[in-house]
Design a protein around this ligand. Structure first.
Ligand code: MRU
Length: 313
């Protein structure tokens, strides 16, 4: 897998050959973004069987890495079921990943129609190819619209504290020569209030039955801004991110990460010695602030979520 900790300055491949190494890669954010985490977990299950590791131990280790990303739990369950049904482990993991990649491609096609020619789109965190194996969720429509020849501009939230916007989204957009600018997270209100943003598109880590969803910390603020200034706010996700066992956002476990991520930038300590920090990694945006959910099957409103429609296979 691409080591996302090293980007954008170094392109390195991280090799994981045991379920322990997969669990480490997910926890340490070598791989990140809910669908990519799910893909890594899918291969983790396959690897543990191929290596004849004790399966329960391996899956438990993988499941304990990141509590908010719904795809992690979905992937482990899904791939385990396929293997139990007699499929080869590597085929099961490949089929899982091919399915989410195809869904992300379709999300791009569906979502591109929302972006007007000359449009300005704001996105938060990184919901691009890095986060989904290919295409992206929030970035897929931006990519597809640009490929279709539309002129567009991306406002990229820097996304403190891990800076996924600055490091990863800007890297993806620069690679594809899509015009964009990184903005401080606190600058989004400035641009939105001036009418310079036409729409917001974000990804999701987990979407509940009622349409409430968790995404990178700071997403909720963007949804409130969009509502206040009457611009559309879309969330894009493959089926693996929906969790129909959760009734509402209050049920989503929110990952708390090391306060060091806030106190430091990389190895450099910004905060004075003795200062403390809080570091929730995700927040919950209520369905009432969501204009629509971009899925591979079309754009639906939160009250149209239908488990039968969104089944993976
Ligand atoms: O902590 P991260 O970088 O894994 O968080 C990622 C996000 O919040 C993404 O927006 C989300 O997983 C959707 S990715 C298609």
């Amino acid at each position: 897998m691409i080591d996302q900790r090293a980007l954008p300055h170094t392109f390195e491949i991280f090799r994981a050959e045991t379920s322990d190494e997969i669990a480490f890669a997910i926890k340490d954010m070598v791989v990140r973004g809910a669908p990519s985490i799910g893909a890594a977990a899918a291969y983790g299950v396959a690897i543990s069987i191929i290596n004849a590791e004790p399966l329960d131990q391996a899956t438990n280790k993988i499941l304990q890495t990141r509590p908010t990303a719904g795809d992690l739990f979905f992937a482990v369950r899904n791939v385990s079921e396929m293997i139990e049904a007699g499929m080869d482990p590597d085929m099961a993991a490949n089929q899982y990943v091919d399915t989410i990649v195809e869904q992300c491609r379709a999300i791009g096609e569906v979502g591109a129609e929302l972006i007007p020619d000359g449009g300005n789109v704001l996105t938060h965190c990184n919901a691009g190819a890095l986060a989904t194996v290919d295409h992206g969720t929030a970035l897929a429509p931006i990519r597809a619209a640009a490929e279709a020849g539309k002129e567009l501009f991306g406002f990229v939230d820097e996304t403190r504290p891990r800076l996924q916007g600055t490091r990863l989204t800007a890297w993806e957009l620069a690679n594809e020569e899509i015009p964009h600018a990184i903005i401080a997270d606190s600058a989004a209100g400035y641009y939105i209030s001036r009418g310079e943003v036409d729409l917001v598109i974000v990804g999701a880590d987990r979407i509940c039955e009622n349409g409430d969803f968790a995404n990178k910390i700071g997403t909720y603020t963007k949804a409130v801004l969009a509502k206040t200034h009457e611009i559309p706010f879309y969330v894009a996700a493959p089926a693996s991110t929906f969790d129909f066992d959760l009734k509402s956002g209050a049920d989503i476990p929110i990952e708390e990460r090391d306060p060091k991520e806030v106190l430091f930038v990389g190895e450099y300590r910004l905060a004075p010695e003795g200062a403390e920090a809080l570091n929730p990694s995700f927040d919950v945006t209520p369905a009432s602030l969501v204009t629509g959910i971009i899925t591979d099957k079309g754009i639906i409103s939160p009250d149209e979520i239908d488990p039968d429609e969104l089944r993976m296979y």
